[in-house]
Design a protein. Structure first.
Length: 293
């Protein structure tokens, strides 16, 4: 935005930016208001979601067993409310006791009547306990459908088969500061944390699996890679697939799977004396070339 008091140039700063409509209401951004919301950028996320229909497809992975006549907050609304809240850095459910009256979040969640409040923390808590608590069983979901969703979005983003797909595997830490379930200390990260597994194809996420930190970085990677490769080859039978990862994934089980299923791989190797002796000449030549450059 131009600084306060500056001349407004329509050629540089359009006065009105239009977004997707909200039912019969027009959604627009103007640069003339006295008060602005720091969460206004979420409308850009909404535009992206409208293009790929991520939240709509995610809602299709859930089963709502609540009595329709008693439902005040549709499943698609509470899913969108929670997801957009996380994207806006409102991690705690108690934040939604105030956010439920926010008209912008109402637009993001798809609430038709913006004068009606959104779901409160108790309703959102029941959503998060779905599938994990026998007490809250009205809402359930298909794990298989959710697992397939990210790869489906990746496939849909390509009008034709790519020449090669490089899958990057990585494990990183999510630090923990309380006494969460499955909380363990990890020596490498020197903290209590979770150790999720991520699989990317370029900048597109194909897998995000939350795991405790008391296991090997490559734990579960064979199952996740097998699932994704199978899904990709169902759509593109002849596509070349390459796995790429650091030394934490250089494991016999994963390399053996790749060789049996015609998947190339490039893994790092942890330094050791025997390996350093075998490739010592090549390492010396590489160092000399770097110095020369």
């Amino acid at each position: 935005m131009p600084r306060q008091g500056a001349a407004f140039d329509d050629r540089v700063y359009p006065r009105i930016v239009l977004f997707y409509s909200h039912f019969s209401r027009r959604v627009q951004a103007e640069f003339t208001a006295g008060r602005v919301s720091s969460d206004g950028g979420a409308l850009l996320l909404r535009e992206t979601d409208r293009r790929i229909n991520l939240l709509g497809r995610l809602s299709g992975c859930f089963l709502d067993g609540r009595a329709p006549l008693l439902v005040k907050h549709r499943l698609s609304e509470i899913l969108a409310q929670r997801i957009y809240g996380l994207a806006l850095d409102y991690e705690d459910l108690c934040d939604h006791e105030q956010l439920r009256s926010d008209p912008l979040l109402g637009v993001l969640s798809g609430k038709r009547d913006l004068d009606e409040p959104l779901a409160g923390k108790s309703t959102l808590n029941r959503l998060e306990l779905a599938g994990r608590s026998k007490r809250y069983h009205k809402i359930s979901y298909s794990t298989e459908s959710i697992d397939r969703l990210l790869a489906d979005l990746y496939i849909a983003s390509h009008p034709a088969m790519p020449g090669q797909i490089v899958l990057d595997l990585d494990a990183t830490d999510i630090p923990l500061y309380g006494h969460q379930p499955e909380r363990f200390f990890h020596g490498y990260y020197d903290s209590y944390c979770y150790l999720p597994l991520y699989i990317f194809a370029g900048d597109q996420l194909l897998c995000a699996r939350l795991r405790p930190a008391n296991q090997d970085a490559a734990a579960g990677s064979v199952e996740e890679v097998s699932r994704i490769v199978t899904q990709l080859r169902q759509r593109w039978p002849g596509v070349k697939i390459v796995l790429r990862a650091d030394s934490g994934f250089c494991r016999e089980e994963l390399m053996g799977w790749c060789e049996q299923n015609h998947v190339d791989y490039v893994f790092g190797l942890a330094r050791n004396k025997r390996l350093a002796k075998i490739i010592g000449q090549q390492m010396h030549r590489s160092s000399a070339l770097l110095i020369a450059d």
